[in-house]
Design a protein around this ligand. Structure first.
Ligand SMILES: NC(=O)c1ccc[n+]([C@@H]2O[C@H](COP(=O)([O-])OP(=O)(O)OC[C@H]3O[C@@H](n4cnc5c(N)ncnc54)[C@H](OP(=O)(O)O)[C@@H]3O)[C@@H](O)[C@H]2O)c1
Length: 309
């Protein structure tokens, strides 16, 4: 860990210095919670968002955590060493955003990306160095509705961090003390695939057909089942356990009106994380010689701009 500029005590021990690269839906929520818990939070963003954060702080509306505003620092580039850097941009912005974080600013700290997908940890290790990166996955529904304003809709916020337990004990304690249920698991492949194998069918089908999960599981049941089985087969080939029956049961328990974030991005005309989710699934399937016809067709259709009828 970097020598923190401040050693002031907080509920999680000492006061941490945390950078948040991309203070949007999840970065804004986590940055606000960590600031509220007494830590120094530096949000790294584009000029407009950085200015809004400096002037008005991070505003959170949350059923779980209440409505509050948290003061944070904000800049367009990270200019001081940090203990922890949360990477919370979308995959489509990752390369451009990384230019804002000189690797020397985290050379004694830890980089925790929380993006969906499985391929970004390698890219981040190439940029920051192999020892600096411990990826995580986050289960939450949180939306950036304006620069610096976040609406947190889910009644839960859960992170699984992947990596050595001794290394991750302190950041896990930091997140827990800020209110985020956090677990640590040694096996990165298992953690990342558990999220991707569940997310990919949900994202691809809701986005392709422009319908909620409730309608997917009734009107597109055969495709949902096929896709869940394909994703599970690829996950298993990559070394991560997967249970298609359990995944289907989870979809059946979802609120019928749930939409995926890829679907929301499509509706808003924003770039899709299609390559990080569907593309990564196809590339892994190809490496292991697994036939994934449903995923292949859906990814091709979405890449070609084929959307709801
Ligand atoms: N949101 C969720 O509920 C949720 C749940 C689980 C996983 N995830 C995953 O978490 C990741 C982030 O998703 P999100 O929904 O939090 O995204 P988001 O709301 O779009 O936030 C991304 C943030 O990155 C900023 N950004 C974009 N380009 C940048 C650049 N070049 N430099 C610096 N900052 C830049 C954006 O700035 P502006 O504010 O200026 O636009 C925004 O604040 C994705 O991989 C997503 O799949 C999200």
């Amino acid at each position: 860990m970097a020598t923190s500029p401040s050693t002031e005590d907080t509920a999680a021990g000492r006061r941490w210095t945390v950078a948040v690269l991309g203070p949007g839906g999840i970065g804004g929520l986590l940055g606000a919670l960590l600031s509220r818990a007494g830590h120094q939070v530096i949000c790294v963003a584009g000029e407009t968002t950085a200015r809004a954060l400096r002037e008005e702080g991070l505003r959170v509306r949350s059923a779980q955590f209440g409505d509050f505003t948290a003061s944070v620092e904000a800049d367009t580039e990270l200019r001081e060493p940090v203990d922890l850097c949360l990477v919370t941009v979308k995959h489509t912005s990752l390369n451009a955003a990384l230019e804002r974080i000189p690797p020397r600013m985290v050379e004694d700290g830890l980089v925790v990306p929380l993006l969906n997908g499985i391929e970004h940890p390698d890219a981040l290790r190439r940029y920051f160095g192999p020892q600096r990166v411990a990826p995580g996955v986050i289960r939450v529904e949180s939306t950036r509705v304006a620069p610096g304003t976040v609406e947190h809709g889910s009644p839960f916020t859960e992170i699984d961090l992947a990596g050595p337990a001794d290394r991750l004990a302190a950041p896990a304690a930091l997140l827990r003390a800020a209110g985020v249920r956090t677990r640590v698991a040694e096996d990165e492949t298992t953690v990342l695939w558990a999220k991707l194998a569940f997310l990919a069918p949900f994202a691809l089908l809701t986005t392709r057909y422009g319908i909620t999960i409730g309608r997917v599981r009734t009107e597109r049941r055969a495709e949902l089942t096929a896709l869940v089985e394909e994703a599970a087969a690829v996950s298993q080939a990559c070394g991560a356990p997967a249970d298609p029956a359990k995944a289907l049961a989870l979809y059946d328990a979802f609120p019928a009106d749930a939409k995926s974030s890829m679907q929301r991005d499509a509706e808003a005309g924003r770039p899709l994380e299609l390559d990080a989710i569907g593309g990564a699934l196809l590339r892994s399937a190809g490496r292991h010689g697994i036939d994934v016809p449903t995923a292949t067709r859906l990814v091709a259709e979405l890449a070609a701009g084929v959307g709801p009828d």
